[in-house]
Write a protein that binds this ligand. Structure first.
Ligand code: DQA
Length: 149
């Protein structure tokens, strides 16, 4: 059976393609979603791709993911830098987690240099544009394949 992964996106990522193209590129949210689902299928993963602007909603999604998914990619967007609640929910997900950022958060304003979620993630990708999601999917597939050996 295919492994199931979930890609969770935080606030304002629904406006990709429209917001700060110099940081986030020109792909819009729907294109990114389509590319991620396509790549996942190609390498034998079932992928759900979701977005919310609400912190509590993201916490609920992460909690529910415990029961239904084998791995997670999360771009918590601005909540990366502020949300203890999202960090605590991620800690309960005892499976591989990849932290994703489109931009290089360490090259930007100082308030973006701190991630509350890196400490509970398996690994992370930042600064490689939306292509980073594809790299994260490939990495997650490898992590899950090694687990199932
Ligand atoms: C982001 C970086 C965050 O600092 C920012 O608030 C975002 C997107 C990224 O993908 O580069 O919304 O997570």
């Amino acid at each position: 059976m295919n492994n199931k992964i979930i890609i969770i996106n935080g606030p304002n990522l629904n406006l990709l393609g429209e917001r700060e193209q110099s940081q986030y590129g020109s792909d819009n949210y729907e294109q990114l979603k389509e590319n991620c689902i396509k790549k996942s299928k190609e390498i034998g993963l079932n992928c759900e791709f979701i977005q919310s602007n609400l912190e509590g909603d993201l916490v609920n999604k992460i909690q529910d993911a415990r029961k239904n998914y084998d791995g997670m990619i999360i771009n918590a967007a601005a909540f990366t830098h502020t949300s203890v609640a999202i960090r605590d929910a991620l800690e309960l997900f005892k499976k591989p987690i990849i932290e994703m950022h489109i931009s290089n958060i360490y090259k930007r304003e100082e308030f973006r240099h701190k991630s509350l979620i890196s400490g509970v993630a398996t690994g992370g990708i930042f600064g490689l544009g939306t292509e980073g999601y594809i790299l994260a999917i490939i990495s997650l597939q490898k992590l899950l394949k090694n687990e199932n050996r």
